[in-house]
Design a protein around this ligand. Structure first.
Ligand SMILES: [Cu+2]
Length: 497
């Protein structure tokens, strides 16, 4: 506009001011140029030239949360205070592990910066810790990614500073020898460097990081489990998990969204060994920032997250339900822990997903009980319960892993499909019969509390101890007859065949 008006003015005055004309034109052009410079954001050729103004203490968050987006803020001197803590935690029910952490969580606190920030990093090693540590941030351009300047003994704080030059999502980790062991114990996290102006806004953002763990005992073996160096060298993980433990993102810990919202997941992989085939069951990633960089891939089912790497995945949730996050190396998901949940609430959209339309009977091989192929002897990895309390505790775990999907959390069952175990007259009438049901499965018509069921319960692959514990748990819950089932009783039924 400014130029147009000025040009008009020039035209009018042209005749009388012929000699002054070139000068005015020059002036107008200068004014125009200055206007441009004031209104548009300055683009620097090199990120190192971006000036920083003001100081700011960085907001750090524990997973699955992330700090507030940078938005339009200018580059700043960003002060990060990260405390290293060596702490005992729970890998899964009954399994303890001593984690080494950045900020008290696995993965460590999320750091959010923008390109051009000057990050002043304070690495604090808590005086109660036993070991020295350091930090290598993949977002750092400099020797060791900061490791060389940050080696810090317990009870000390090291300070170093770096400028964020490349936008992207980066892993940080401890790099103190033995490096593999420090990483295996949980010393990793993510640092995000947003581009100028920030990432496009979305409705929900979450922080998820995979890691593999190596314990002296096998998966599920109770008690405090020390790190196993040989298994780590052999890459034989006992646990592969999201956010440091089995169940960190399931049940009440699930991440959430509402139908219609856009979700952005900052996904990292600490390793130390395994790469992740990150997938969300029932969703397609609309966009993936491949390897956490600038390249955007669209319409992706599974994205590879390398050990020591990351990806940003984005999608809109269109239908309600529970969407399962997995490492699609699928035994890791269902047997080693790499499983999380995204719970989406809102209106159904049958145009997109119909839900079950019908359930017809289909028994091409006759009504025989279908079962998973198993060897007859199930290996007994379990330590037998020593008391009624332990039987109840272990039994509940088996119930929540095995029976819960059909008979539901409170044993209430599902009408017309799965009979109730709560106050079940069928269950309470005959213990040996109930043991038989769990050992061999059940098919054909039965009546439970006056309701008829005619369905199939597949044989459950449980050890005699587990059968005893789970039935003891069921009999002593939800108004049942409080019987105690022993391994001997199970063996008797088993051998009756
Ligand atoms: Cu360390």
């Amino acid at each position: 506009m400014k130029t147009l008006i000025n040009y008009y003015t020039i035209m009018k005055t042209q005749k009388s001011m012929n000699r002054v004309y070139p000068m005015i034109l020059l002036l107008v052009f200068t004014v125009f140029l200055m206007g441009c410079m004031n209104n548009e954001k300055t683009v620097y050729d090199k990120a190192e030239d971006i000036p920083v103004s003001q100081e700011m203490i960085a907001e750090l968050t524990s997973p699955p949360h992330v700090p507030t987006p940078v938005g339009a803020r200018k580059a700043k001197k960003l002060i990060v205070k990260m405390e290293i803590l060596e702490e005992e935690g729970e890998m899964t029910d009954g399994v303890k592990y001593v984690y080494w952490t950045f900020g008290g969580t696995v993965p460590g606190s999320f750091i959010r910066t923008r390109v051009g920030d000057e990050v002043e990093f304070h690495l604090q090693n808590h005086p109660d810790n036993k070991l020295p540590h350091n930090i290598d941030l993949h977002a750092v351009t400099g020797p060791g990614g900061g490791a060389e300047s940050s080696f810090v003994a317990p009870g000390h704080e090291k300070v170093f500073s770096f400028k964020t030059l490349n936008p992207g999502l980066y892993v940080y980790h401890c790099a103190t020898a033995p490096v593999g062991m420090h990483i295996a114990n949980g010393m990793y996290g993510l640092i995000l460097v947003e581009p100028e102006g920030g990432l496009p806004p979305v409705d929900k953002e979450y922080y998820i990081m995979q890691g593999d763990f190596y314990t002296k005992g096998a998966n599920g073996e109770r008690g405090l489990q020390p790190f196993d160096m040989q298994k780590a060298v052999d890459e034989k993980a006992d646990y592969v998990v999201f956010n440091g433990k089995v169940g960190a993102l399931t049940g009440d810990n699930a991440i959430t969204a509402k139908v219609g919202e856009t979700v952005r997941l900052f996904v990292g992989n600490g390793g130390p060994n395994l790469v992740s085939s990150f997938h969300v069951i029932g969703e397609i990633f609309d966009k993936v920032h491949v390897e956490g960089g600038d390249m955007i891939n669209e319409n992706v089912q599974t994205t590879l997250v390398p050990a020591g790497g990351a990806a940003i995945v984005e999608f809109r949730v269109d239908v309600p339900g529970t969407f399962i996050l997995v490492d699609h190396s699928i035994f890791r998901a269902f047997n080693k822990g790499a499983l999380g949940m995204l719970k989406v609430e809102g209106e159904e959209d049958t145009k997109i997903y119909s839900g079950e339309i019908r359930d017809d009977i289909y028994l091409p091989e006759g009504p025989g009980i279908q079962s998973m192929p198993t060897t007859d002897e199930i290996v007994e990895s379990e330590i037998p319960a020593k008391s009624f309390e332990e039987q109840m505790e272990y039994g509940k775990q088996t119930y929540m892993q095995t029976c819960f999907a059909c008979h539901q959390a409170e044993g209430q069952g599902v009408p017309n499909a799965f009979p109730p175990l709560a106050k079940s007259d069928y269950l309470n009438a005959d213990v040996d019969r109930a043991i038989g049901v769990v050992l061999h499965g059940l098919t054909g018509e039965i009546t439970v509390n006056g309701e008829k069921y005619n369905s199939v319960m597949t044989r459950q692959t449980l050890s005699p101890d587990e059968v005893a514990n789970v039935l003891t748990y069921v009999y002593n819950s939800w108004g049942n007859s409080k019987k105690v089932v022993t391994k001997e009783m199970v063996m008797k039924v088993k051998n009756q065949k």
